[in-house]
Design a protein around this ligand. Structure first.
Ligand code: ADP
Ligand code: ZN
Ligand code: ZN
Length: 723
């Protein structure tokens, strides 16, 4: 007697396991299909993961697959990727699968739409309204009723009337909207010899096609985007799909316009600013292979590409590719994995590559494609240091005299200047002048930040906000609060006083809240309606403003303190990016760095613009400490609203911690941010040699551990955030 066919179905759920189901006779079930299955009293959707021939469950206890959903199966590459990521991040596969099927709607086809098309002669009585309808349907096109009434400005009865007279006929329209097709056959800018050479090297694995990682390492303004566009063109010509990951994608209106200029249409976008309808359409276009180029935030990596032919990670050094919540993963690293599993090439582009990628290029794992000079002979900006110990800006002031002079000169010459300070709001700290009491978030171990434009004090960790208290909660003194230190709002206030009659614009993540706002800002800069730009890191990246010739870094030391493994590297990268905004066209640029410690190695390397020397010293430091990428780290963060639970959980984990001579467990210690959103936080840090399987140590450790339901344990492999 033959046994019924069984398959294992993976559910997109956090607890999410895989369960075995019986395949009803004649149901054509295949791996990857989205299926409906009974789960307890409910019906849920899962994905057929594999055959389950060896399932030992009694036949009578197996339930039947209820239905196959009318959508293309989840491609094999995506399924392997889900398993790989789950294994690497020590997460349940169901949690990772959920990221790959984030649009439940997209699993069902859209209801068919009805359209109207001309089918007969003009009616005897041709009213103006009827004429307008016939005009917009000229040339055998069909439109929906609402399109016709909108465009022709007629009521629906006009259309119905024409249908009755058989002048129009109702037809079924395809349910899915068309996705514009980029044209890869055109040519872009004429490339310089250096750029051509770089482009050829990037195209080679695309044409083959084969997996290879290229590190496109080129100074700001060297034309990296133009160069990797060539690889996208090659991918399009080969008929495969390309994916570009960008940080802060929603704000990259300049990138989107450049893409459109090169390929004729906009790419398919994937980020948090899309409407539900757009998400549905785009997800479906990807799985059906109709989306040829997708540009997106890190989550786009989990889109179900049936045939990826190229993955580009632009600004690959960006920490925002690391996700800390949910399934913690680094999209740059996982992009390389996805490429490997899909046999598809990967390009990592940056003006300041991460140490991880540089080391991989140095040891031959990645191809190193360099663009050492700016395009069109534009020179790199000159960098000057302003020693704040000598040039004190005065009390409650942050712009030193040399910086003030430089800005004034630039503005007088009719050019644009920018002051960079990576601090949102008016002041990072507010304290009582009478007793020294500091205003703190009630839910986090963090100060409240004053946002004067919003007339609010805000917590940047949990979003808590409140009006300023009238009286000090500690000593009762009224109107005693004083702002301490500068944020961009306060800097803009100072600049407004220093440079009267000039247009000073403030740009931070809380002012650029939509793609539209970002596009408006770019326009205003290009039309030179802004003289002096004051901004946080949001303006540091990617933008190209030809008339911006001076960049002043107000506090170059910010970010160097704190015990973060990558503090120096990040500061160097961020400030080089900021500096790279200056003088990107014919006019040479200048950068002024204000610092209290100009002799600090990071500030000194920035001054000498010697990235190679800086990265080399950083490499040596990490190598001698066995820190990533020469060793591996994982953190275990325990958090709970109940302080006692989290502590007892920590004690239990500490007691059962494994021992070995190839790894080290540090902690538990209160996290630097000991409380966020009312949750007490403790962390363990696990450090191993490079070639140790850190996941298996963690699995061994956590096996059989009972974590109480009021406590969360988050495992973070290769952590970036040490707060
Ligand atoms: P990067 O990404 O390396 O900072 P971009 O790709 O943004 O550099 O290029 C900088 C500027 O130079 C852009 O305005 C770009 O259009 C222009 N550019 C780069 N290469 C060329 C070229 N071959 N011909 C014309 N313009 C170019
Ligand atoms: Zn007080
Ligand atoms: Zn808070």
């Amino acid at each position: 007697m033959t046994r019924d066919r069984r398959v294992r179905v993976l559910l997109p759920m956090s607890i999410g396991g895989a369960y075995d189901y019986r395949v009803p006779d004649h149901m054509p079930v295949e791996a990857g299909q989205f299926v409906k299955i009974p789960l307890g009293p409910r019906e849920v959707v899962g994905v057929v993961w594999k055959e389950a021939d060896n399932s030992t469950i009694e036949a009578s206890r197996l339930k039947d697959i209820a239905d196959i959903l009318p959508v293309a199966p989840l491609p094999k590459g995506s399924r392997t990727f889900v398993d790989w990521v789950a294994n690497y991040t020590v997460q349940k596969p169901g949690r990772v699968l959920r990221m790959a099927m984030s649009v439940p709607d997209a699993l069902y086809p859209k209801a068919p739409r009805t359209g109207y098309r001309r089918s007969g002669e003009e009616p005897a009585k041709l009213t103006p309204a009827r004429r307008r309808v016939l005009e917009i349907l000229e040339g055998d096109i069909a439109r929906t009723l609402s399109e016709i009434t909108d465009i022709a400005g007629v009521s629906s009865s006009v259309v119905k009337g024409l249908e009755k007279l058989s002048v129009l006929e109702a037809v079924a329209l395809p349910a899915e909207e068309d996705i514009p097709v980029p044209d890869g056959s055109g040519t872009g800018f004429e490339l310089s010899d250096l750029q051509r050479d770089a482009a050829d090297r990037l195209c080679e694995p695309v044409l083959k096609p084969e997996f290879a990682v290229s590190l496109l390492d080129g100074v700001t303004g060297s034309g990296k985007t133009e160069v990797y566009f060539e690889a996208i063109a090659a991918c399009l010509q080969a008929g495969r799909q390309a994916l570009v990951l960008l940080p802060e994608i929603a704000l990259s209106s300049q990138w989107l316009s450049r893409f459109e200029r090169r390929f004729g249409v906009r790419p398919v976008e994937w980020h948090s600013d899309l409407t539900q309808g757009e998400r549905r359409r785009n997800w479906r276009a990807v799985i059906e292979g109709r989306a040829e180029v997708v540009v997106g935030a890190r989550s786009a990596l989990f889109l179900p590409f049936p045939d990826p032919g190229l993955i580009v990670v632009d600004e690959e050094h960006e920490a925002s590719f690391k996700q800390d919540e949910g399934v913690p993963y680094n999209a740059r690293d996982m992009a390389v994995v996805r490429g490997h599993l899909g046999g598809c090439p990967v390009i990592l582009a940056s003006a300041t590559p991460s140490l991880e990628s540089l080391v991989n290029a140095q040891n031959g794992k990645y191809r190193h494609v360099k663009l050492p000079s700016r395009y069109g002979g534009a020179s790199l900006p000159t960098v000057e240091l302003v020693d704040l110990r000598v040039h004190r800006p005065g009390s409650q002031r942050w712009i030193s005299e040399p910086l003030r002079e430089a800005v004034e000169k630039t503005l007088e010459a009719g050019e644009q200047a920018m002051l960079f300070l990576n601090r949102r709001g008016y002041a990072p700290l507010t304290l009582c002048d009478a007793c020294g009491h500091r205003l703190q978030c009630p839910h986090c171990s963090a100060w409240l930040v004053e946002h004067r434009l919003l007339r609010k004090l805000q917590c940047h960790h949990c979003g808590f906000s409140a009006g300023a208290p009238k009286a000090c909660p500690d000593c009762g003194e009224s109107d005693s609060f004083k702002a301490c230190g500068p944020g961009v709002e306060r800097l803009a206030e100072e600049a407004g006083q220093l440079f009267q009659g000039k247009n000073v614009a403030l740009v931070a993540s809380d002012t650029l809240t939509s793609p539209k706002a970002a596009a408006d800002f770019v326009d205003a800069m290009s039309r030179r309606e802004i003289d002096l730009l004051i901004g946080t890191q949001i303006v540091a990246k990617g933008y190209h403003f030809p008339h911006l010739t001076l960049v002043g870094v107000v506090d170059a030391d910010l970010g160097l303190s704190g015990g973060d493994l990558r503090a120096s590297e990040r500061t160097y990268q961020l400030l080089s990016q900021v500096a790279g905004r200056a003088g990107r066209a014919e006019k040479p640029g200048k950068v002024l760095l204000q610092s209290h410690m100009p002799e600090h190695p990071v500030i000194d390397s920035l001054f000498r613009q010697d990235t190679e020397a800086f990265m080399e010293s950083e490499r040596q430091a990490r190598e001698s400490a066995f820190m990533p990428p020469f060793g591996r780290l994982a953190s275990l963060i325990l958090s709970s609203k109940d302080a006692e639970s989290v502590l007892s959980c920590c004690r239990e984990l500490a007691r059962s911690a494994p021992h070995g001579d190839n790894f080290l467990i540090m902690g538990p210690a209160p996290a630097p941010l000991a409380m966020i959103r009312g949750r007490h936080r403790y962390r363990f840090l696990l450090k191993t040699a490079k070639d140790t399987n850190i996941q298996s140590i963690i699995r061994r450790w956590l096996k059989g551990q009972k974590i109480p339901s009021n406590t969360r344990l988050q495992v973070d492999i290769d952590p970036y955030n040490f707060l």
